[in-house]
Design a protein. Structure first.
Length: 350
């Protein structure tokens, strides 16, 4: 397939071209084998080769604190054009190895992240913490599993990863995000589960002389939200409980508990915050407060409408969104956030 400058082929075009090339390769190899083994008795079954290309998106490594770095995804919805690089990931180098927080949205992105880690240290990746099981944070996990890293998540991920929903979502991603998410991409179950048996205790991960506190902050953005606190540097890895510099994706989240979770994060008094999306925060209190204010405003406006039996369209048009309208992705997600909150407030109404 010839690439025209400025043109990005659709996922279906990529898929057809790549599988056709793989089939030709297989046919050539099998043809040579047939020539050496006469006579041929049956036409061979050709299984096309599927070779995942390396990521070509720009990924910049940014310092966070002593021994700590992160990479920042695009402020956009995931697509083949941006290679699903829409979320953040981070890592901490300790004296006995590396802790990674989230694995990005495809195996090629995870390999690129690993190359960035190798620019800093040759030490092995000991743990990968999954802040939650959304696709843009977990599709790169298989890269770290192959290295022998232990993957840690909240037990709330377990049912989802084994569900038809997760498999169907992966099938859709293989079409929409091809060739970066493809037949080689698979769901990976963690090795260490936080919250077994209903436990609410924090988990302490130790790497050399460093200690990291993992805490279940959900149900909020998802049922399984984890945060990671490094007391030695004051860095808080917040996952998608904080979308900095853009409107959060609320979806079907329990926004009341999400607000409570933010309050508990404020109690930690972090000095630096690494969000799941958006730039690094050197003013964690202000950024946590902005997310909390947005969620509270959704609940206030949509809750009032639900109690008064006001139709959603009228309530949405009447609400004053001016404080948040200039944030990236407002147009893409705010109406959906408001509608889902409207339905949630209907269920919460006495």
């Amino acid at each position: 397939m010839r690439l025209i400058p400025g043109w990005f082929p659709s996922s279906s075009v990529w898929r057809r071209a790549r599988i056709a090339a793989g089939a030709l390769c297989c046919a050539a190899v099998l043809g040579l084998a047939d020539a050496a083994a006469q006579p041929a008795t049956a036409a061979p079954v050709i299984t096309p080769l599927v070779i995942t290309p390396p990521s070509t998106v720009r990924m910049d490594l940014a310092p966070v604190a002593a021994g700590t770095w992160f990479v920042q995804g695009h402020s956009a919805m995931g697509s083949a054009a941006n290679q699903n690089y829409i979320s953040n990931a981070a890592f901490v180098v300790a004296d006995g190895g590396v802790l990674v927080i989230d694995a990005l949205g495809s195996p090629p992105l995870a390999r690129q992240l690993l190359a960035k880690i190798r620019e800093v240290t040759p030490l092995p990746v000991r743990y990968v913490v999954v802040t939650h099981c959304h696709a843009d944070h977990i599709y790169g996990l298989q890269v770290f599993r192959e290295l022998g890293a232990s993957i840690v998540a909240h037990v709330g991920c377990r049912d989802y990863l084994s569900s038809d929903v997760a498999r169907q979502r992966l099938d859709v991603s293989r079409e929409e995000l091809f060739p970066w998410v493809d037949e080689n991409t698979r769901l990976v179950a963690p090795d260490v589960w936080l919250g077994e048996g209903g436990s609410v205790d924090d988990l302490l991960l130790r790497i050399g002389r460093r200690e990291f506190r993992l805490r279940h902050a959900g149900p909020s953005h998802t049922a399984e939200d984890l945060i990671v606190h490094d007391a030695s540097t004051g860095v808080l890895f917040a996952g998608d409980i904080v979308f900095r510099g853009r409107v959060p994706y609320v979806g079907l989240a329990d926004s009341r508990r999400w607000i409570d979770a933010i309050g508990r994060m404020l109690d930690l008094q972090p000095r630096v915050l690494v969000p799941g999306h958006g730039p690094l925060s050197l003013e964690p209190g202000a950024d946590l407060q902005l997310t909390r204010d947005y969620l509270a405003y959704l609940r206030q406006t949509m809750g009032e409408a639900a109690r008064n039996l006001e139709p959603f369209d009228e309530a949405y048009a009447r609400a004053d969104w001016s404080r948040f309208a200039a944030l990236p992705l407002f147009a893409a997600v705010n109406r959906m956030n408001a509608y889902n909150t409207y339905l949630l407030m209907e269920r919460e109404a006495p």
